[in-house]
Ligand binder design. Sequence first.
Ligand SMILES: [Zn+2]
Length: 415
Amino acid sequence: MKLGKFSFGTGDRFSHQGEAQLRAIMKANKSGLDISPVWNKSNREHTYVHTHPGDVRIEADEAVAKLGYKGKYFVDADHINLSNVAAFVNSSDFFTLDVASFIGKESKEAEVNEFVSSSQKYIGNLMIQGIERPIVVTEELLHQIAAKFLAATQQAADIYNFLVKKKGKGNFITEVSMDEVETPQTPVELLFILKMLADKGVPAQTIAPKFTGRFNKGVDYTGDVDQFAKEFEEDVLVIDFAIKEFGLPEELKLSIHSGSDKFSIYPVMALVIKKYDKGLHVKTAGTTWLEEVIGLAIAGDDALVAAKYIYEHSIGRKDELCAPYADVIDIDDTKLPSVEEVNSWTGEKYANTLRHIPGHPDYNPNFRQLIHVAYKVAAEMGKNYADLLEKYSEVIGSCVEENIYDRHLKRLFNL
Ligand SMILES: [Zn+2]
């Protein structure tokens, strides 16, 4: 099973927007592109929303059937590990093996030595086509990289081997992710991570490193765009080298766990993948859920009341809702509007405050980040929330489609 050159991961907390998401991708593909949709949902999201991995499969299959989509599509068991992968085996055909928590864990000395001795040929000035300056590899650096990443890559191999037993070799896509950490991985680290994966027989088709800068949920990139551009380009070239050198799958490409809406680095990625004619996987998270709230606000009446209820109940439980996302949100409390103020807003004002249009006078990234983590509040509304999604499906669906097509795909693929 092979992932296409371009793929776009969409999360959908409440499993109602599969069709709208697919419509956006099909619209982009009309211009000659072939972007494969990937529906991703993590174990954490399933737990909060009380959904099951099988629900995502049903949603994807139904959307595809309804719209007569003929291309490839996938269902991603996002950020799984050995303790929770089993529940995803039947419904997923794309697995994101999250091994970040194994970074820095100790490995057996013999394994470290084996890695270091098998990497001797790279010691010195390693030239990688396209990268101007040589990468300096020393024995010490190899030891450091082994100490950091050998256990994590072994964990990836353990999960992969479990999946091979359950699903059979070649019947699923493997992604390895190390993005949910503080320290970015450098291109040289990525190079040897890929060697380790190849050595251990993990045929990764996508790899999600941690990049420089902050990837906060639902808002734009914060950090040094030039530094990101340099890293991203070097990573693309390192992957190219690794495919040929270590015999990894030809499809291997970067996966950007964007946390959604990293608009300022989209053009950078677009430029690099075009320059080298490379593929890309971009994973977005909660954008769709935010569009549901925007759609409710615009719809007015009981829907606007629900959107206001969600804000009121999220500001009251801010600490609890933010806790699991502490590393990936930055909310300035002083810039959050009061409940009274929000309750006085029109639907338009609410939508403009939440919708991610940088530069719009009403846009408030603090408000947006808080709503982003507040899907638990909507989940607790249960049937009331689901009924509203049904009742206002048209306006909400058009918000979801517009967001993915106009704000994401257009920027990423120069449409
Ligand atoms: Zn991630």
